[in-house]
Write a protein that binds this ligand. Sequence first.
Ligand SMILES: [Zn+2]
Length: 135
Amino acid sequence: MNSKNGPKPKLSDYRKILEAKAEEVRRSMSAQKAAQVVARLDIPSDEGDLSQQHHEEWIFLNRNSIDMKLLREIADALHRLDQDHYGICLECEEPISAKRLDAVPWARYCVTCQEQIAARIADGELVDEYQEADK
Ligand SMILES: [Zn+2]
């Protein structure tokens, strides 16, 4: 699995980008959490507010789960860097283009495979576990 042509991707650069992105996501998650806690203080906590509170919690968790997914994808990418598998499509094992890695440094699949997987998700053949976080 050598990259035959073109300059070798600068793996240390991707590591830096991935680590910076993970930090950014973590920071935004804790900022959201802090905002949520502050908002919560103003809400009188009688029974009537409970469903509203649950609704807000659901939105919060939902947003958070997108961030969690992204964090997991970044962690996976960093793991692949450690294992020397970074930038290799998990589906067809071809190198992922540098252009794609620049756009989505945690990409697991090449463009072709990603599109096929997205199509299979759209057809209901796959759950969106395989879809990459769009961030
Ligand atoms: Zn592929």
